[in-house]
Design a protein around this ligand. Structure first.
Ligand SMILES: NC(=O)c1ccc[n+]([C@@H]2O[C@H](COP(=O)([O-])OP(=O)(O)OC[C@H]3O[C@@H](n4cnc5c(N)ncnc54)[C@H](OP(=O)(O)O)[C@@H]3O)[C@@H](O)[C@H]2O)c1
Length: 334
């Protein structure tokens, strides 16, 4: 049994990872400010602190030692450095939940762990690249601290994570569009390729990789590893899977295509990036941590959860209707 500190743990990804670790018999501590406390997994010990506040972090971590830290909550690279500084010499492994947003947009795909990162190519970020650029900087900080203080480390780079409990309105938004009867707003031709991975596979990967960092560091340490599901899907394909699980005939609902370059905040209407975004999973195969949950099964499970969660909810689709009117030049109102 390992003593594991999960930084985060109250929303979606951290909560699933903490649950998985508890299920495997580890002693789990979760650190958050506390507003999400009611949602922390049963069996975890809660440490209350704001990760951006040095004094609170010092108090919460004083005199504590952990075998493994799983860093899930994202408060910027400075908060990553602060946590590592305060735990220096008192932790054996660090698993950093990074993001595939670290990759600089590329023409040759898939993205691989060795593909160029935004922070390697550009000295500073733009507002659009800030998140991925800084995640890359934080990965580098973890690698350097690991070398200096001698702990094992790995970074996991998920593409899109979906599933039961998702607090980001992505697949749930698409499901509601289908329930509404469309029209479905499709960026470009709908042939863009996406990589979605189910949260249960990510939780299994994080727990398994964390265990490997402790039991076999020479095999697992010093690596950045992509995470996604076993399948890739086009935008059109994603809508078809969702139509199917929601109970509509795939392809039946009207599609209205739009040019994301001409629609401000286009991700309000399709909450994924408008570019091919998928990675190689060779490392997962090699480590025996390959994902198991296919898109159809994962979306069915998510739909079962979302049907209950959305009960009584009414969405305002007036912006979507306005966009459809603008794109088609027709008025849908009776
Ligand atoms: N969703 C995706 O598709 C995707 C893809 C790639 C990477 N990621 C990564 O996944 C991570 C996010 O996952 P999640 O939100 O589901 O994780 P989570 O660990 O379940 O939730 C975030 C936790 O952070 C805590 N928190 C927020 N602000 C804090 C602060 N100032 N100090 C201390 N704790 C704080 C929250 O609790 P309190 O509010 O109580 O403090 C909550 O417990 C990020 O690292 C993100 O980059 C996600």
């Amino acid at each position: 049994m390992a003593k594991v500190l999960v930084l985060g743990g109250g929303y979606f990804i951290g909560r699933w990872i903490a649950d998985e670790l508890i299920g495997r018999g580890h002693q789990v501590f979760v650190l958050s400010r506390g507003s999400s406390q009611g949602r922390h997994p049963e069996g975890a010990v809660h440490l209350g602190a704001d990760r951006t506040d040095r004094r609170q972090m010092e108090e919460a971590l004083a005199g504590r030692e952990f075998d493994l830290v799983v860093e899930v909550s994202w408060l910027g690279a400075a908060a990553t450095r602060l946590a590592m500084e305060l735990l220096a010499g008192r932790v054996r492994g660090w698993l950093f939940v990074s993001s595939a947003a670290v990759y600089a947009p590329a023409e040759i795909l898939p993205y691989r762990p060795g593909s160029p990162l935004l922070c390697e190519l550009y000295p500073s970020p733009t507002p659009a690249t800030q998140y991925g650029w800084e995640k890359g900087v934080a990965e580098g900080a973890v690698a350097r601290a690991a070398e200096k203080t001698g702990f094992a480390w790995a970074a996991v780079r998920p593409f899109y994570v979906y599933g039961e409990g998702n607090n980001l309105d992505r697949e749930s938004y698409l499901m509601d569009r289908v329930l509404e009867g469309g029209p479905l707003l499709i960026p470009g031709s709908g042939e863009g390729i996406l990589h979605l991975g189910h949260i249960e596979d990510l939780a299994r990967l994080a727990a398994g990789l964390g265990e490997l960092l402790l039991s076999d560091p020479s095999r697992a340490s010093g690596r950045a590893i992509n995470f996604g599901g076993p399948e890739l899907v086009t935008v059109e394909g994603l809508y078809r899977v969702i139509e199917e699980v929601v109970g509509a005939k795939p392809g039946d609902l009207e599609r209205v295509h739009f040019d994301p370059r001409e629609v401000r905040d286009y991700r309000r209407f399709f909450p994924f990036r408008y570019r091919h975004f998928f990675g190689s999973l060779e490392e997962l195969l090699e480590l025996g941590l390959y994902p198991r949950i296919g898109l159809r099964e994962g979306m069915e499970r998510t739909w079962r959860w979302w049907q209950v969660k959305r009960r009584g909810m009414r969405r305002d689709f007036s912006s979507e209707e306005e966009l459809v009117r603008r794109l088609t030049g027709r008025d849908r109102s009776p």
